[in-house]
Design a protein around this ligand. Structure first.
Ligand SMILES: Nc1ncnc2c1ncn2[C@@H]1O[C@H](COP(=O)(O)OP(=O)(O)OP(=O)(O)O)[C@@H](O)[C@H]1O
Ligand SMILES: [Mg+2]
Length: 245
């Protein structure tokens, strides 16, 4: 059984179709790299999965169980299991790093403050911020803030992590520290869907790569086949343009 199964997924903004016929089966511990030109639908896939954008057709299954996005209960359950980190880290500016990480598990999940606090300290240490627990977002660099955002997502104890261009807003010298954090998660077997323009990283960390164009998965394969021997013209075109940069 797949950890996550997406079948025949369609989505549109108003009358404009944005995703058509997306099929993706993700095994436990898979790291799926989603690449493709701007506007190809990468973010929309992640948004639909989280229930932030409505799906028009298709099914999403978690461990074989279909998610009914119109049911609040299903949505809650889904968000218990799947977490997303965006490019804009959206931290609470009036809270310290530690408070940003503990707030949701304590307030929303009603978990014990002491237990969550201990976990949050460990998570912040894991992302390399063990000495920044009491810093406010505006006292942290972009890369550090993004790592707080990752720790915050992990504090929800997700099984699946969706990452949307989480290094895109960062200065180049801050990118590597965030990518290091993702490498650790991949090694630990976290199931992830990663949208990124960092092709070297996608290639290294992904078990499979999906190339999207025009709201469709044009080609999917292991990183070597996508980057070194793409079958489809559009993939070849994209990869050659990207690698020339
Ligand atoms: N809120 C919205 N309202 C209307 N159209 C939207 C909205 N968000 C996205 N779109 C359109 O949907 C299509 C897919 O957008 P999406 O954000 O999924 O692309 P993407 O692959 O993530 O691109 P990028 O690499 O630029 O982030 C684009 O044509 C975009 O213009
Ligand atoms: Mg996007």
């Amino acid at each position: 059984m797949h950890h996550l199964d997406i079948a025949g997924l369609e989505a549109s903004y108003g009358l404009v179709p944005v995703l058509s016929g997306i099929n993706l089966s993700v095994a436990r511990g898979d790291v799926i790299g989603l690449i493709g030109p701007s506007g190809s639908g990468k973010s929309t896939i992640l948004r639909v999965l989280m229930g932030l954008t409505a799906l028009k057709a298709g099914t999403v299954r978690l461990d074989g169980e279909a998610v009914d996005y119109s049911r609040a209960q299903d949505l809650r359950r889904l968000r218990d299991r799947v977490a997303i980190v965006f490019q804009q880290y959206n931290l609470f500016q009036n809270m310290t790093a530690l408070e940003n990480v503990t707030i949701a598990p304590v307030k929303i999940k009603k978990r014990s403050k002491a237990e969550v606090d201990a976990e949050a300290r460990a998570l912040l240490a894991k992302v390399g911020l063990g000495d920044k627990l009491d810093r406010y977002p505006d006292e942290l660099s972009g890369g550090q803030q993004q790592r707080v955002a990752i720790a915050r997502a992990l504090a929800l104890q997700p099984e699946i992590l969706l990452l949307d261009e989480i290094t895109a807003a960062l200065d180049p010298e801050l990118v590597s520290e965030v990518l290091d954090t993702i490498r650790v998660l991949a090694r630990e077997g976290m199931t992830m869907l990663i949208v990124s323009h960092e092709m070297g990283f996608i290639r290294e960390v992904s078990s499979r790569v999906a190339f999207l164009a025009g709201g469709k998965i044009v080609e999917m394969g292991d990183p070597t086949s996508i980057f070194d021997a793409p079958r489809e013209e559009r993939t070849r075109d994209f990869v050659s343009k990207i690698l020339r940069h």
